[in-house]
Design a protein. Structure first.
Length: 95
C-alpha cells in the first residue's frame, strides 16, 4: 500500500516536505541548493511548498542535495527485466 496521498496537491506537498527535510539534513540553505541546481531560490521554495513545480526542478534539486538515489525505484521500473522481455517476445511470436 502506498504512503503517498491520492491527490496531486497533497502529493506535491508531501514531496516538498521530504525534499526540505533532506536539504536541511544535508546542511544546505535554499540559496545553496538553488546555486548548485542552477535554479532560482523561488523555484526551490516552490518545490518545498509543493506549489506546482516542474519535474525538472525536482530532479535538479535532488541532484544538488545528493539525493538522486530517491529516483532509483523509478529507474528500475523504466528498465525492462529479462522476464518481461521474454514474455513480450513470446507474445509477439504468437501474433
Amino acid at each position: 500500500m502506498s504512503r503517498i496521498p491520492g491527490n496531486i496537491q497533497d502529493t506535491e506537498a508531501t514531496i516538498g516536505r521530504v525534499v526540505r527535510r533532506w536539504r536541511i539534513e544535508g546542511g544546505f540553505s535554499q540559496n545553496d541548493v538553488a546555486e548548485r541546481a542552477g535554479l532560482s531560490r523561488s523555484a526551490v521554495q516552490g518545490l518545498e511548498r509543493g506549489t506546482g513545480t516542474r519535474l525538472a526542478t525536482l530532479l535538479a534539486v535532488l541532484r544538488a542535495i545528493g539525493r538522486d538515489d530517491a529516483l532509483d525505484a523509478l529507474r528500475e521500473l523504466a528498465i525492462p527485466t529479462l522476464a518481461v522481455i521474454v514474455a513480450l517476445s513470446f507474445l509477439l511470436t504468437r501474433l
